[in-house]
Write a protein that binds this ligand. Structure first.
Ligand code: GLA
Length: 355
């Protein structure tokens, strides 16, 4: 769990001040207490050229204090420090977002870059593919990610290793040996459509995840404009059922009390962070209703999502389809054993059954 800069701050709005203020807000808002730990600085932290020593360096205008100082400030708050890099010659910001002079990749500098990260106190590396093969570079995808895994290991500093190749070459089949988490889809966006598209693409991937190696359906859009409060809540619930890494992607400094309460909702988070680490999945559909189930260390959770543009009532058949729900607690209302519900448009409900 943590926070990542990209969904809100993209490139030019990313500054060391934003990162430090966000880390402070994570502490003040109780997000840290709820388990959000990693503060990940995504693309655009770098200068577009290496220093004379060949090392990556922080963007001088937006990160004037440098990465070691930033890491120290994050650590002083009791949080962990994450940074972004790419295996090719350029990062995504340069390729897709046309940010000139920003976004230098790690190609042929893998060990040096891993060493820099370790020197700066980095605890989490996001390594993002970004058409690493363009411009005549011939990189084998799994090998390129394994190369950086080895470079990190050589530093002797433990880092969470998050890889991102958008599900292009079925990373769930090879990445569990290499990385702690791997993206399964293209980028999420702040819309219900995007959340649904990504949730649907997780189908069939549950068997590949487990403690220490996770499918990553991408960072959260919870609390961002483009999702209603109901949609944000369903989005977080789906990611909880998916045992997904939870990286907040909102402006934590200015979030509403409602967004803070949602991100720190202990009922949802205790499902998300269940120690057994078994990913849940969609188990069925009726019309616009999706049914979900996740096995938990002390029982299981089932959920119903209403994808329709209007409200839908649950029938007794729907309840029967969810299995034996004796003693089931609706984690939204706290009510026990009640299913005669109507779900608002895009609403999700989860029931938890303890064995
Ligand atoms: C890619 C990744 C995003 C983000 C951007 C940064 O699109 O998938 O998560 O890191 O690059 O440029």
């Amino acid at each position: 769990m943590g926070w990542n800069s990209w969904n809100t701050f993209r490139c030019y709005d990313l500054t060391e001040q934003v990162v430090v203020q966000t880390a402070e807000a994570m502490v003040a808002s109780s997000m840290k207490d709820a388990g959000y730990e990693y503060v990940v600085v995504d693309d655009c932290w770098q200068e577009g050229t290496r220093g004379e020593d060949g090392r990556l360096r922080a963007h001088r205008g937006r990160f004037p204090s440098g990465m070691a100082a930033l890491g120290e400030q994050i650590h002083d708050l009791g949080l962990k420090f994450g940074l972004y890099a790419s295996p090719g010659r350029r990062t995504c910001a340069m390729i897709y977002d046309r940010y000139p002079g920003i976004g230098l990749g790690s190609f042929s500098h893998e060990q040096l870059d891993a060493d820099s990260m370790a020197d700066w106190g980095v605890d989490y590396l996001k390594y993002d593919w970004c058409r690493a093969n363009r411009g005549g570079t011939k990189l084998d995808e799994p090998a390129a990610f394994a190369h950086m895994a080895q470079a990190i290991q050589n530093t002797g500093r433990p880092m969470v290793y998050s890889i991102s190749e958008y599900g292009r070459s079925k990373p769930w089949e090879w990445a569990p040996q290499v990385a702690n988490l791997w993206r399964t889809t293209p980028d999420i966006g702040p819309s219900w459509r995007s959340v649904m598209r990504i949730a649907d693409k997780q189908h069939g991937l549950a068997q590949f995840a487990g403690p220490g190696h996770w499918n990553d359906p991408d960072m959260l859009e919870v609390g961002n404009a483009g999702l209603s409060p109901t949609e944000s809540r369903s989005h977080l619930m789906l990611w909880a059922m998916l045992a997904a890494p939870l990286m907040a992607g909102n402006d934590v400094r200015s979030m509403s009390a409602q967004t803070r309460d949602l991100l720190t909702d202990s009922q949802i988070l205790s499902i998300a962070m269940d120690p057994a680490g078994r990913q849940g999945e969609r188990t069925g559909r009726r019309g616009k209703l999706d049914f979900w189930r996740r096995e938990l260390s002390d029982g299981f959770a089932v959920g119903v999502l209403n994808r329709a543009r209007s409200a839908r009532g649950l029938t007794t058949e729907d309840r029967d389809r969810l299995g034996d729900l004796t003693g089931a607690v609706d984690i939204t209302s706290g009510e026990i054993g009640r299913f005669d519900l109507t779900l608002a448009s895009h609403e999700m409900r989860i029931w938890r059954v303890r064995s």
